[in-house]
Design a protein around this ligand. Structure first.
Ligand code: PD2
Ligand code: ZN
Length: 286
């Protein structure tokens, strides 16, 4: 293999990388071989990542999956410890690529957590989920919390948090659904589910008229239970601790289990858990 002066990632290079992967060669060996041939390490890593992503995407579509949607993604180039979210520096505590999950520290202050809870408390009702059979809403036995929705931009606190999230994950504020606040007491939970709308359900086309698919979720922890209540990702055996002020972000580029974004709210065993959830759509949510 030879390099060009500018080290361009050519179709031939992509093909060679895919062939190495399909032949079962370990990523470290392929990378070493490229570096030995004169490729700069950062260019070689980028070439491998983008070629394999491109290859997997092509295969997924060939296998009958819908094409990948553009999804929000926090800018984690150069592995920053903090992201400037406009009015607040947010800590990056953990990042995973498949599924795409990022855990943030200090997205909300204690005062903001308390403020959301106080505004939500008088408006709580048994949580509903979107009924994909009809496009309406229904009580769901898998979700035993109480909750409420704020309108997008409903008050100053909500507007401030929405602007911060938009900047944090680089996604337009207008594509967000209104914030939802949920309250869990001992014994309540949210059983594992996907947040996207199942394309096979009859009510989904109606739901999609309001802004397209959901493409990402941010769960913000407002009050910590004493035991239990983590957010679980069963496909990858991940559990995110419900630490006040922190948040877990995850995105899904197609409405399909291959995204490995099955997730749930584990039963609260002691104390109370409060969260705020923000779902992000493909387009402006109306
Ligand atoms: O409360 C949670 O941890 C949780 C888990 C799964 C919230 C949601 N999903 C959600 O609001 O979609
Ligand atoms: Zn969920």
């Amino acid at each position: 293999m030879s390099t060009t002066q500018s080290q361009a990632i050519t179709p031939q290079l992509r093909q060679w990388i895919v062939e190495q992967a399909e032949a079962g060669h370990a990523a470290e060996m392929v990378l070493k071989s490229m570096i030995d041939s004169g490729w700069k390490e950062d260019v070689a890593i980028e070439a491998m990542e983008s070629s394999l992503r491109w290859h997997l995407e092509k295969k997924a579509v060939q296998d009958g999956l819908s094409p990948a949607l553009t999804v929000p993604d926090p800018n984690l180039d150069e592995s920053p410890l903090y992201i400037d979210a406009g009015d607040r520096r947010v800590c990056v505590l953990q990042a995973m690529y498949n599924p795409r999950v990022v855990v943030f520290g200090g997205l909300l202050s204690d005062e903001e957590c308390d403020g959301l809870i106080a505004l939500a408390k008088p408006r709580l009702a048994r949580s509903l989920t979107v009924a994909t059979k009809t496009g309406g809403e229904e009580v769901n036995a898998d979700r035993t919390s109480n909750g409420m929705f704020f309108q997008r931009g409903e008050n100053e606190l909500v507007r401030k948090i929405e602007a911060r999230i938009a900047r944090l994950v680089a996604w337009p504020e207008e594509n967000g659904e209104g914030l939802q606040v949920l309250h869990y007491v001992p014994g309540t939970e949210y059983k594992p589910h996907y947040d996207y709308f199942d394309p096979a359900e009859p009510g989904t086309p109606t739901i999609l008229k309001r802004g397209g698919q959901r493409v990402a979720t941010i769960v913000m922890y407002l009050a910590e239970p004493d035991k239990g209540g983590g957010t679980t990702f069963p496909d990858v055996h991940l559990q995110v601790a419900p630490k006040r002020g922190n948040a877990v972000f995850f995105s899904y580029e197609r409405p399909h289990p291959s995204t490995r974004t099955l997730h749930g709210g584990a039963p609260v065993l002691a104390g109370e858990k409060w969260i705020a959830t923000k779902w992000l759509r493909e387009r402006r949510f109306t």
